[in-house]
Design a protein around this ligand. Structure first.
Ligand code: FES
Length: 154
């Protein structure tokens, strides 16, 4: 583990008391800091909270907000919920895969975008939707995708 990461992990953990209910908050801070949850961060969190590593992994893999692999600068989330699916959401995923030259679950080589599929984003009336860097792109069509991605690359 590099020293900077080690220091950051200790700093984040140090903000929290030994209280098992802090687990999600600690993982959120780690995710925000590193854009993923490094193994070392999970190990240290387990030691701090006196929780088994298996339990920490369980939580870390349950929530979509967490990733065990480094994510790109922008997270591109394609909604795979029913409303979006029937309105062509799967076409959007295909187009994004082609435009970014990656498969779902991967990160572009330059580390700019990570492409993921998620269940309902909670705004079905705007279907089909894609969320990029927490911005919802509503009523999205394939032809709008190149321009949207270009704006994030600027
Ligand atoms: S199904 Fe896509 S936002 Fe609900």
């Amino acid at each position: 583990m590099n020293k900077v990461m080690n220091k950051k992990i200790k700093e984040i953990i140090g903000k929290y008391d030994v209280d098992k209910t802090s687990l999600i908050a600690i993982l959120q801070d780690m995710q925000n800091e590193f854009r993923y949850l490094p193994k070392e961060a999970l190990v240290e969190t387990g030691k701090h909270l006196d929780m088994p590593l298996a339990r920490i992994y369980e939580v870390a893999t349950f929530y979509n907000a967490f990733s065990l692999k480094p994510r790109g600068k922008y997270l591109v989330e394609v909604c795979a919920g029913t409303a979006c699916h029937v309105k062509g959401g799967f076409n959007l995923l295909e187009k994004l895969e082609r435009e970014l030259n990656i498969k779902c679950g991967q990160t572009t080589e330059d580390g700019t975008f990570t492409l993921e599929q998620v269940r309902c984003l909670g705004c079905c009336s705007l279907a089909p939707v894609v969320r990029i860097d927490n911005n919802i792109h509503a009523y999205l069509t394939q032809d709008k995708i190149p321009r949207i991605l270009k704006n994030y690359k600027k």
